[in-house]
Design a protein around this ligand. Structure first.
Ligand code: HEM
Length: 145
């Protein structure tokens, strides 16, 4: 058991080493150092994974993983159309998050797009309301004659 002050100091240390603790933030520069068969990190969807122990088990082979060793691999990962099982596997290799300044626009917009589309559906609702009003007006006019 570590003392309180010790674990507090550990929290502040975002440089790395302790892989068991999540909530860490890594720069691409740091991830890039882990780029070989023995020590392989990857960033996928703004999360960082240490897949060193998975390399030999990867059904897609060692080579493709080495191609993206120490890199942002979101596009490559998605391009293959990995199964849900593959996505679930990722969780056990998660070691932290990608630093905000290193996040690619692509990965970042995946989340913001949704809020953008909600304003789009707002416009659709407006259009629907206008259509209902128009139909109502036609009925009212029809009643009068
Ligand atoms: C690092 C995390 C990754 C995990 C956990 C992972 C896991 C898996 C799994 C479980 C499969 C079997 C098929 C499936 O379930 O979808 C697979 C297949 C494959 N993966 Fe990955 N993968 C990873 C990264 C990558 C990357 C970065 C590439 C780069 C191109 C890649 C390329 C492939 C290919 C080519 C196949 C074979 C697809 C096929 O046979 O149809 N994988 N992977």
């Amino acid at each position: 058991m570590s003392t309180k002050s010790e674990s507090f100091a550990k929290d502040l240390d975002v440089t790395m080493e302790g892989q068991e603790s999540s909530g860490k933030v890594y720069r691409l520069e740091e991830i890039a150092k882990h780029n070989n068969e023995q020590d392989l990190w990857m960033a996928i969807h703004n999360k960082v994974y240490d897949v060193s122990k998975f390399i030999d088990e990867h059904p897609g082979g060692i080579e493709v993983l080495l191609d993206y060793a120490g890199m942002e691999a979101t596009y490559a990962f998605e391009d293959v159309g990995h199964s849900l099982d593959a996505r679930d596997l990722l969780a056990q290799y998660y070691i932290g998050d990608l630093h905000e300044d290193d996040r690619t626009e692509k990965a970042a917009t995946a989340e913001t797009e949704e809020s953008g589309s909600s304003s789009g559906s707002g416009m659709i609702m407006l259009g629907l309301a206008a259509a209902v009003l128009a139909v109502g007006a036609v009925f009212m006019l029809g009643d009068r004659t």
